[in-house]
Design a protein around this ligand. Structure first.
Ligand code: SAM
Length: 348
């Protein structure tokens, strides 16, 4: 087996490693020579494809009702303490309006799996957004649906879909989710979304309870196979009303290391520096950009509901108006040496 530096060089050359090689490389996430080697290559690649542009996605958290019970998530159905809310179509459109005024050209509608939003209601919302903002891309992040539903949303105008696979290991998936959910179903959704022509995003939490280097290696191999246009990763952060309340949060260093590795495995991928990363480290998003990320996702949700979309504890940016979020992120991006742009930012 090659040593850490040689494995990093092999990854840079081949854009992939074997399972055992990934495990060996992941063990080196605190070795600063290897961290730097991979981050330099990740930045070189993101500059080759995207220059110094950082794309923005305006996140609209439109419902925190959810029929699922993912054990790690603060808005899971079983959390009786969650204060539930839904945005009306008018409220969603006014979030888009405000975002558009600020320069956003991508809106992400994210929510729990809320049966109130039937396919007909979603189609209506998608059509209204795409009619009012025809030059904007629309991303959905509303969980697992049938192929027929995904097709209807796509035909109504949705361009992209984010559905993190959460973990590519069956046993680990079981530890994080109840019996009613399955990794096979989740993966099938991702392949269906790709088939239907969505720019598709997969991803996972770093440091989720029970996660091993071997599991992360499986995630990386799965990502290479799926070839999603987007990958969302961020540290797991415990939520006080879940069975994982006392677990440790995921590591910022490991998340940054993985951002670099994912950029090298999938050089053209759209890779956000996530809010969870910014929650764990005040400079987390800047560090994410310097490790190979090229997307940020400021919050456009109404301030009155921000606190209620509480997936994990201590989430940042819950008290700021959209304009403040844009200003703050723009300054952070510039500080990291990049430029926040308002293009749609499609996958190249
Ligand atoms: N319901 C949709 C779905 O399942 O894809 C979208 C909403 S879901 C809340 C969005 C993402 O939040 C999940 O994919 C998960 O990775 C992340 N998340 C949930 N709880 C978290 C936690 N405690 N720490 C970090 N990320 C979390």
């Amino acid at each position: 087996m090659l040593n850490g530096i040689h494995l990093a060089e092999k990854l840079i050359r081949n854009h992939e490693l074997s399972m055992d090689e990934y495990v060996k490389l992941l063990e080196q996430y605190q070795n600063q020579d290897i961290v730097k080697l991979l981050a330099d290559e990740a930045v070189r690649l993101r500059k080759q494809y995207y220059g110094d542009k950082v794309y923005t996605r305006g996140l609209i958290e439109f419902t925190n009702y959810c029929k699922n019970n993912c054990y790690y998530c603060g808005i899971r159905a079983g959390n009786r303490n969650a204060v539930r809310y839904r945005l009306t179509e008018e409220e969603i459109l006014s979030c888009c309006e405000e975002g558009y005024r600020l320069g956003f050209h991508t809106f992400v509608l994210q929510g729990g799996e809320d049966p109130y939003y039937t396919d007909d209601r979603m189609v209506e919302i998608i059509r209204s957004i795409k009619t009012r903002f025809p030059d904007c891309a629309l991303t959905l992040s509303i969980g697992e649906k049938s192929e027929e539903s995904y097709r209807r949303f796509r035909e109504a105008g949705a361009d992209r879909y984010l559905l993190r696979h959460e973990t590519a290991n069956d046993e680990h998936y079981r530890k994080l989710h109840p019996e009613s959910m399955s990794l096979a179903a989740r993966k099938q959704c991702l392949y269906t979304l790709k088939k239907l022509g969505y720019q598709t995003g997969a991803g996972f939490m770093v440091g989720s309870p029970g996660q091993t280097y071997h599991h992360i290696a499986e995630d990386l191999i799965f990502l290479k196979d799926l070839k999603p246009q987007m990958v969302g990763i961020g540290p797991f952060i415990p939520h006080h009303d879940t069975i994982f309340a006392k677990e440790s949060a995921g590591s910022v260093e490991m998340t940054l290391f993985l951002l670099s590795i994912i950029r090298i495995i999938l050089p053209q991928v759209l890779l956000p520096a996530t809010t969870a990363l910014g929650t764990m480290d005040p400079q987390g998003r800047e560090k994410g950009l310097q490790a190979g990320a090229n997307v940020v996702m400021p919050n456009l949700s109404p301030v009155k509901n921000r606190k209620q979309y509480e997936l994990y504890d201590n989430k940042i940016c819950i008290g700021e108006e959209a304009a403040q979020c844009w200003g703050c992120l723009s300054a952070r991006v510039e500080k990291a040496g990049y430029h926040l742009v308002s293009d749609r930012g499609d996958a190249v």
